[in-house]
Ligand binder design. Sequence first.
Ligand SMILES: NC(=O)c1ccc[n+]([C@@H]2O[C@H](COP(=O)([O-])OP(=O)(O)OC[C@H]3O[C@@H](n4cnc5c(N)ncnc54)[C@H](OP(=O)(O)O)[C@@H]3O)[C@@H](O)[C@H]2O)c1
Length: 244
Amino acid sequence: MSKVIAVLGAGTGLGVSVARRFGREGFRVALVARRKDRLDTLVEVLAGEGMEAVAFSADLSQPAEVPALVGAIRDRFGRIDVVAYGPISGDQGFTPAAKLDAATLQDLAPLLLFTPVEVVRAVLPEWTERGEGAFLLAQGYSAAQPMPHLSGLGPVMSATRNYLYSLNAELADTGIYAGALTIASLIARSEVSAAAQAAFESADGPHFPVVDPDDLAEHCWNMYTKRDRVEQFHPESLTPQATA
Ligand SMILES: NC(=O)c1ccc[n+]([C@@H]2O[C@H](COP(=O)([O-])OP(=O)(O)OC[C@H]3O[C@@H](n4cnc5c(N)ncnc54)[C@H](OP(=O)(O)O)[C@@H]3O)[C@@H](O)[C@H]2O)c1
């Protein structure tokens, strides 16, 4: 039975590129986001390229719904081998640290921290039984590198990054891999990249380059196949230096 990747947060940016990269290797694809019409379009695009993809409409800001979602994907495909987690929308913007409040963090945490933890909990038994599996987390650069005016997302994503590092180490030698792709670029073709660009510019923040999501998907494939690092930065030149 061919392998299955579940792309949780599947849009026109990184999501569909990851689906396509793994689909090219023979993976069947579960595409997950809220808007069914947009997912159906992506399913058609992938089908036109000879790939088997199925749309699953779900709200990933509801961690309690994760078992039902994972169950539905398993019912359809029989298995899940890889999860790529990277949902983002215009609802998740940057906030200056001086203006950050608990309510903002509370809004961000379910989608960016609680649900990925629940997804891992839901797939780990299957992966442990098989001795194989991979969880690939996509996140923004502020998860690893604090920047003035670009807070809110960073504190929550950095908590998820912290969790992922522990997970990666705990799963070493089990055949199960957990890795993070940390992106210090705007993603071409993504719906939210224009808004992110505006936030960087108004914050007089760094001017990030634009990356083709196909190049990021290649990182995901390399992380999955090589499993030689817990975190991959793009561009690599922006990998933060460890402090003494
Ligand atoms: N875009 C950038 O410039 C950029 C820069 C740095 C890092 N990143 C990171 O890279 C990853 C991919 O970003 P992308 O913009 O390329 O993504 P994408 O694959 O273009 O789209 C992500 C999809 O996530 C879905 N989503 C958002 N909220 C959701 C929810 N509550 N439940 C289910 N699905 C939800 C959205 O669809 P629905 O609205 O239909 O649900 C959206 O289409 C993300 O982790 C992001 O943080 C992005």
